[in-house]
Design a protein around this ligand. Structure first.
Ligand SMILES: Cc1cc2nc3c(=O)[nH]c(=O)nc-3n(C[C@H](O)[C@H](O)[C@H](O)COP(=O)(O)O)c2cc1C
Length: 315
């Protein structure tokens, strides 16, 4: 199973803490995206130092879930510079994000904004792939506005030696609303010559089973929110069963270790409180707490109060 990239959530702090609590449960993670535009300095030059490299810094990632860095953007020169810097840092694969649904990003034909334009996808791949020292994989949606977009892209993607294609079967304009479209996923996956990874709304072994039944050739599953709301899910997908009490114990341990890691990294600042609440919002579903208790934590203002409540509720 692959951990899906989630900006602000599946960053190094989480990946390291998760691996410490559940060693080996997750085979691989895709990092939250490194944006090429973050690398453009005020003088409109590209600077690798300006890219937020820290999350994938190899030394810092030692002992964490193995990670494939993800790039968001479509400027070929900058793409090659970043991909090759990552290759030099020891990464054998980088991932291209052509699924991000945020309007500010799609408006510039980045993320899922490039999906209606197969020529632009081809131009980028043609320009970068022969010059890259790492393999390239892709993470995408069905389209920006129309699920026919992925079918027009399949022949383009098939012309390049991609390591894999991960598909989240929603449209960019849906963001995260509506159902994942398994029919459209199967249609595209049938035509792709690459390893195809399924991503979207997997929250139980039964969900995973449904995907495998619909498309048995699926190479692997990629899971995001499902792991953050039930941290034993990766083990459950591998066939391990947990009682509710065991799930609670495992989730309590993870949130307590996350709180410690957040405290070490952010002190008692507002950022620490924000970060703790972001994880709490998803993780409390696996904890032995009621919705009323969960809301109490979300209403607390100071780090000390949040920390004390979480400790008391997860003993
Ligand atoms: C808060 C948040 C941040 C995300 N950040 C990224 C990202 O940096 N790169 C990316 O490719 N997808 C990103 N995604 C999409 C997820 O990787 C994934 O495709 C989506 O959550 C569906 O999978 P899930 O249902 O298993 O969570 C993000 C999603 C969320 C909710």
């Amino acid at each position: 199973m692959i951990l899906a990239p989630m900006q602000g959530l599946t960053e190094l702090l989480f990946r390291r803490t998760y691996e410490e609590c559940f060693p080996g449960a997750i085979r691989l993670a895709i990092s939250p995206f490194l944006s090429l535009t973050h690398g453009i300095t005020q003088r409109r030059e590209f600077s690798l130092e300006a890219v937020r490299f820290a999350d994938v810094w190899p030394a810092a990632n030692r002992g964490s879930i193995p990670v494939v860095p993800q790039i968001l953007g479509k400027e070929p020169e900058e793409f090659v510079a970043l991909a090759n810097a990552l290759a030099d840092a020891g990464y054998s694969e980088v991932n291209w994000n052509i699924g991000c649904p945020m309007r500010a990003i799609t408006a510039k034909h980045r993320g899922s904004g490039i999906l209606p334009y197969p020529d632009e996808v081809r131009a980028l791949l043609e320009a970068v792939m022969p010059r890259m020292r790492a393999k390239l994989s892709v993470k995408m949606r069905l389209g920006l506005k129309d699920k026919g977009e992925i079918l027009a892209l399949v022949p383009v993607l098939n012309d390049f030696p991609l390591a894999s294609v991960a598909i989240h079967p929603r449209l960019g304009r849906q963001q995260y609303t509506g159902q994942c479209d398994l029919d459209a996923f199967c249609q595209a996956a049938d035509r792709l010559r690459h390893r195809v990874i399924y991503n979207g709304d997997i929250t139980s072994a039964a969900d995973a089973q449904r995907v495998h039944e619909r498309w048995p050739q699926v190479a692997e599953l990629m899971v995001g929110r499902g792991v953050l709301s039930n941290p034993t899910l990766p083990l459950e997908l591998a066939g391990v069963s947990f009682s509710e009490a065991e799930r609670h114990t495992a989730a309590c341990r993870l949130i307590r270790r996350l709180m410690e890691a957040i405290g070490e990294r952010y002190g008692t600042s507002e950022s620490a409180v924000r970060k703790a609440k972001e994880y709490w919002c998803l993780l409390w579903h696996s904890l032995p707490v009621s919705e009323v208790q969960a809301r109490q934590v979300l209403r607390a203002g100071e780090w000390e109060a949040v920390d004390k409540m979480v400790k008391e509720m997860t003993q």
